[in-house]
Design a protein around this ligand. Structure first.
Ligand SMILES: [Zn+2]
Length: 240
């Protein structure tokens, strides 16, 4: 798990497949810095903050959350700043916050299909016991988009929906032409066994083509160029 640099102001911490830790993004401006997603636990978030400290990078003032899934949000409670979420993401987090977190309760949710096997297995690897899990809601809410001026760098969080989850957001850094995509283009694991809806994918690609970017950073993969990602996603648009 290494902190990788995209340019002078944009970095990301690599994902970890084994425990499903997603990419954590970081953007530093002249006035303040932000991070993208809070990771799947306090220890994931702490590892990220340590990387920033080691590189003398200022700690983020805000965390922008791409969607409600555990691996992107369960580090929120440990974040020393304000968390920014879409109101759709916040509604989902409210539900998760009310849930009980122990082995029995999680297994029960597997039976009712509120939880998925893959997440259960990864949570078990990330946490000693489920009762260590803490769910937080956001501090700042937006409906469809929100723009932050970091000083010389503008970050826009845009709710895009797409095939993965209805609340999926991307974070667009206009000047640099960088897009943090979260899991927006992935399949629907909570309602559709990982299937990709070709219509939702098509709408997502149409949105992507309106944004001017050169680097696309997915939540669980290495960065790609726009020329790489668009044809790759187009393959999922054919209605079978
Ligand atoms: Zn996800």
């Amino acid at each position: 798990m290494k902190l990788k640099q995209i340019n002078d102001s944009i970095y990301y911490l690599e994902n970890v497949r084994e425990t499903d830790r997603p990419v954590l993004g970081y953007v530093v401006g002249d006035s303040f810095s932000i991070m993208i997603d809070c990771g799947n636990s306090k220890s994931h978030l702490d590892a990220f903050i340590k990387c920033l400290d080691d590189n003398n990078l200022p700690r983020p003032k805000y965390a922008l959350i791409t969607h409600w899934h555990w691996d992107h949000t369960f580090g929120m409670h440990a974040f020393d700043g304000e968390t920014i979420v879409s109101s759709a993401t916040n509604e989902a987090l409210k539900r998760l916050k009310e849930w009980e977190w122990d082995e029995e309760a999680v297994v029960k949710r597997l039976e009712t299909k509120e939880e998925i096997e893959f997440a259960y297995n990864c949570m078990k690897k990330e946490y000693d016991t489920f009762d260590k899990i803490k769910v937080s809601t956001g501090n700042i809410m937006f409906e469809n988009a929100l723009t932050l001026d970091l000083g010389g760098t503008t970050c826009q969080i845009i709710k895009v929906g797409g095939p993965h989850e209805d609340d999926s957001c991307v974070v667009y850094i206009k000047e640099a032409g960088v897009l943090f995509a979260g899991d927006a283009h992935s399949g629907d694991y909570y309602h559709g066994e990982g299937k990709i809806d070709p219509i939702k994918m098509k709408e997502y690609i149409e949105l992507l083509s309106t944004l001017s970017f050169t680097t696309y950073i997915p939540g669980h993969d290495a960065p790609m160029s726009k020329e790489q990602i668009i044809p790759l996603l187009n393959r999922f648009c054919e209605v079978k």
